[in-house]
Design a protein around this ligand. Structure first.
Ligand code: ATP
Ligand code: MG
Length: 300
């Protein structure tokens, strides 16, 4: 039974899509059957996985608005154990077209219900807004993963977002958990990055992932080659950090299964996410090498 995780933050450019694509690829490389749902009309996750614009491709639009079975829309992302429900700009129309539909907040939840059996993880990449698409994503999810850029006023931003999520939880999904707050684009040369990370940790404690995603040029380059970073440069700090994040997500899922509770504390000694990454896919030129290196960054 899949764990469904929305990657959301209404602020733009904080690393949602980078996280969705690279966490999904790292989970798949860790032997977890994974589906990525591109819920953003910008279709950045779709193109980052190597699927350029193609008007003839069926997308999430057909499932949400035209009720087509979602199984027929999911495509093989050309990486072992990773499938994709693509998006395109038609999804902008979905936001408007769904306005007059009954139960419009639950369209995605209903659509992916049948897919839950097939995957271990379903990740939903959300647009930078709180429109009906994001509400659909959050209504369909077990938990939300919040990428936060290490910058001025990050703490205020996250506090506001958590308030909004609390309201949303009451309205559409009382069981929505916080998968974790993920620090992204961390630059350990700047005092600001360090300060923001320390503040977020002291305020939100165990809700913040142990893993920190560094600012890394390979992460920014990989989408233009249509591949996740583990296939573009497995030895990069960016690849290491997303492999480490996948381990943390898997460990937390296992702990939850064991204890029957929601996210507690951070994981250590996780199962292998590791070297499989180097050879798991067919899309890359990463060569060999183990991906299970030491964490690229640490909080303190
Ligand atoms: P949007 O709100 O528009 O959907 P987003 O939150 O999905 O944006 P991304 O598209 O993942 O954000 O990232 C924004 C930009 O920053 C992209 O150009 C991406 O390649 C780059 N980027 C993301 N994470 C990193 C990182 N850790 N290091 C370097 N560049 C990054
Ligand atoms: Mg995005």
């Amino acid at each position: 039974m899949a764990r469904v995780i929305a990657i959301a933050n209404q602020k733009g450019g904080v690393g949602k899509t980078t996280t969705a694509v690279n966490l999904a690829a790292s989970l798949a490389a860790s032997e977890k059957a994974t589906l990525i749902v591109d819920c953003d009309p910008q279709a950045n996750a779709t193109s980052a996985l190597g699927f350029p614009k193609d008007p003839s491709r069926r997308t999430l639009y057909q499932a949400l608005v035209l009720d087509e079975p979602i199984e027929r829309i999911a495509i093989d992302a050309q990486i072992d154990r990773l499938d994709l429900i693509p998006s395109d700009k038609n999804l902008v129309g979905a936001a408007v077209e769904l306005l007059s539909t009954e139960n419009r907040e639950y369209r995605l939840k209903l659509a992916i219900q049948r897919l839950r059996e097939k995957y271990d993880f379903i990740l939903i990449d959300c647009p930078p807004s709180l429109d009906v698409l994001t509400v659909n994503a959050l209504a369909a999810s077990d938990a939300v993963l919040i990428p936060v850029q290490c910058e001025f006023l990050a703490l205020e931003g996250v506090s506001e977002l958590l308030d909004t999520l609390a309201r949303l939880r009451r309205a559409v999904n009382p069981s929505l958990a916080i998968e974790g707050i993920l620090l992204t684009m961390y630059d350990d040369r700047t005092t600001l990055s360090k300060q923001v990370a320390a503040d977020l940790r002291s305020f939100f404690g165990a809700q913040v992932f142990e893993t920190i995603i560094p600012r890394n040029v390979r992460l920014a380059e990989a989408p233009s080659h249509g591949m996740p970073v583990i296939f573009y440069d497995i030895h990069s700090k960016g690849a290491e950090s997303y492999i480490q994040l996948a381990r943390e997500v898997i460990t937390n899922a296992q702990k939850r299964l064991g204890s029957g509770t929601e996210r507690t504390d951070q994981g250590t000694g996780a199962p292998a996410a590791t070297a499989a990454a180097a050879g798991a896919g067919s899309g890359g030129n990463s060569g060999s090498g183990s991906g299970g290196g030491s964490p690229s960054t640490g909080p303190e």
